[in-house]
Design a protein around this ligand. Structure first.
Ligand code: PLP
Length: 368
């Protein structure tokens, strides 16, 4: 039995983080001071991306990527049927059409074998998601995209540090989109980072995030109907402080995931799979329960046992807006996405937990 309730997620904010934020507050430079630049430089160096732009969250990063590529009405964008709903919302925001593709039931990532059949003459881009922190098969997706001349925006919101064949995700596609929400490995409160290797795109993002302002001959010109998608400097200071220990955080999370992987032995529970050549950063530890179990009952059982648990992500075409707009037979067309949505259970995994707690949670999972 656990002595205290273990929430599903809990950000780790230490004294150094707090001091770094307070220093910015005391400086009076609250917006786009030096920490925004430091955070962007850290990201581009860490990932090996030419450019990184700090934005207000991991949804504005996806949105600006689509805007920068000129994707809009009449265009189709391929998205996985199972993800956090923001992945599809941004396609709607630019007036384009979502083309949903089912996921692989073992990895919860888009089923690469089903992408080609979803491509039409109107397809402009693919937004593959590195779901729950596991790198998707981005190499295969890049070769499909190349063959069909499609843009790729990697939704790496959960996957900072994930790799395929030792190359970091977020550097394969035209854009890499990261979230710094408190549910992710490191946080700025709200925040996002958009990476690209294309300097024209990067320049455009920096204009669009800041009201369409471009400096020309030392003078501010308003060259586009831009957004205000800036990150404040105290948010950047928090993320920049946390990112110094990212490798350690990822190591701790891997150690906790290893406890789950070796200790959960319930035949009614299917454990997550990490394919050859790819790594998992364990933003979420997500298991599948079998047909003999009801998701709502399992979640309630876990909460009664002081374990914060929830479903992992949405079967997007089954959500009210998408159900009404697209009228897709989602149970039939996206069986794996629907299964992950209705049989998925996310359990606590974050660096503040210790192995003993994860061991105890595993034992409770074994009694279901
Ligand atoms: C968290 C998340 C987002 C959105 O990020 P925010 O910073 O909350 O806007 C987008 N896509 C995926 C896959 C996510 O997990």
């Amino acid at each position: 039995m656990l002595s205290n309730f273990v929430p599903l997620a809990s950000p780790d904010i230490n004294e150094t983080d707090i001091n770094n934020v307070v220093n910015v507050l005391k400086s009076g430079m609250l917006v786009q001071g030096e920490n925004v630049g430091l955070l962007e430089n850290f990201f581009s160096d860490y990932l090996g991306a030419a450019h990184a732009s700090a934005l207000s969250n991991g949804t504005s990063t996806l949105h600006l990527a689509l805007v920068t590529l000129g994707i809009g009405p009449g265009d189709e964008v391929i998205v996985p049927a199972f993800s956090y709903v923001a992945t599809a919302n941004v396609v709607e925001l630019v007036g384009a059409k979502c083309i949903f593709v089912d996921i692989d039931e073992n990895t919860f990532n888009i089923d690469v074998n089903k992408i080609k059949e979803a491509i039409t003459p109107n397809t402009k881009a693919i937004i593959p998601v590195h779901e729950f922190g596991l790198a998707c098969d981005i190499e295969s997706i890049m070769s499909i995209a190349k063959e069909h001349k499609l843009y790729v925006i990697e939704d790496a919101a959960c996957a900072l540090g994930a790799t395929q064949n030792n190359k970091k995700v977020g550097t394969f596609g035209d854009f890499g989109s990261f979230s710094l929400h408190p549910r992710k490995s490191i946080t700025s409160g709200e925040g996002g980072i958009l990476t690209t290797n294309n300097s024209d795109y990067s320049a455009q993002i920096k204009i669009l995030r800041n009201h369409g302002i471009e400096m020309q001959d030392g003078k501010m010109e308003f060259v586009a109907a831009g957004y205000n998608y800036r990150m404040t400097d105290f948010q950047a200071a928090l993320a920049h402080s946390q990112i110094q220990r990212l490798d350690n955080i990822l190591k701790l999370k891997q150690a906790l995931a290893d406890v789950y992987l070796s200790e959960i032995k319930n035949p009614k529970i299917t454990l997550p799979v990490v394919p050859e050549g790819r790594n998992h950063t364990w933003q979420t530890f997500h298991v599948l329960i079998d047909d003999s179990l009801q998701q709502s009952e399992v979640l309630e059982f876990l909460r009664n046992n002081k374990i914060g648990a929830n479903y992992g992500a949405q079967c997007i075409p089954a959500m009210k807006y998408y159900k009404e707009k697209y009228s897709l037979d989602y149970k039939e067309k996206f069986p794996n996405a629907y299964k992950a949505y209705t049989k998925g259970v996310a359990v606590p995994l974050y660096e503040k937990l210790n192995e003993d707690t994860v061991y105890k949670i595993s034992q409770i999972l074994n009694t279901i």
